[in-house]
Ligand binder design. Structure first.
Ligand SMILES: [Ca+2]
Ligand SMILES: [Ca+2]
Length: 109
C-alpha cells in the first residue's frame, strides 16, 4: 500500500510537470467528491499523466532535438518546470532530457 501511494505521488508529480492543466482539473473535481472518488481521480490523473508524458515532452520540445532548453520550458508557461529546471538538469548542461525528467520524478518522494 505504501509503495502504491508513493508511486502514485511521484506520478502525480510527473503530471504536475507535463500536464498541469489536466491535473488541476482532476484535483478540483476530487475536492468535491468522496475519498473513493479521490482515489479514482488520482488513478485517472496517473493514466492521463502516463499518456500525456511523451506527448507533452515532445510538444514542449519545439525544436525537436529531444531535449528541453530553459527557453523552451519558459515558452511553455510551465512555471513549476521552469522553477525546478536546474534541479532536474542533473548533468547541468542546461538541457532537460526525458530521462532526466523521469529520474527526477522517480527520486522526488
Ligand atoms: Ca529542444
Ligand atoms: Ca541535462
Amino acid at each position: 500500500m505504501q509503495g502504491t501511494t508513493m508511486k502514485s505521488l511521484s506520478l502525480t508529480k510527473v503530471s504536475l510537470f507535463v500536464a498541469t492543466a489536466i491535473t488541476a482539473s482532476f484535483i478540483v473535481n476530487a475536492n468535491e467528491k468522496t475519498e473513493a472518488d479521490v482515489v479514482k481521480a488520482k488513478d485517472a490523473t496517473t493514466e492521463v499523466a502516463k499518456k500525456s508524458d511523451a506527448v507533452a515532452f515532445s510538444s514542449l520540445d519545439t525544436n525537436k532535438d529531444g531535449e528541453l532548453s530553459l527557453s523552451e520550458v519558459k515558452a511553455s508557461n510551465n512555471k513549476l518546470l521552469a522553477r525546478t529546471f536546474s534541479e532536474i538538469d542533473s548533468n547541468s548542461d542546461n538541457l532537460l532530457t526525458q530521462k532526466e525528467l523521469e529520474s527526477y520524478v522517480a527520486s522526488a518522494k
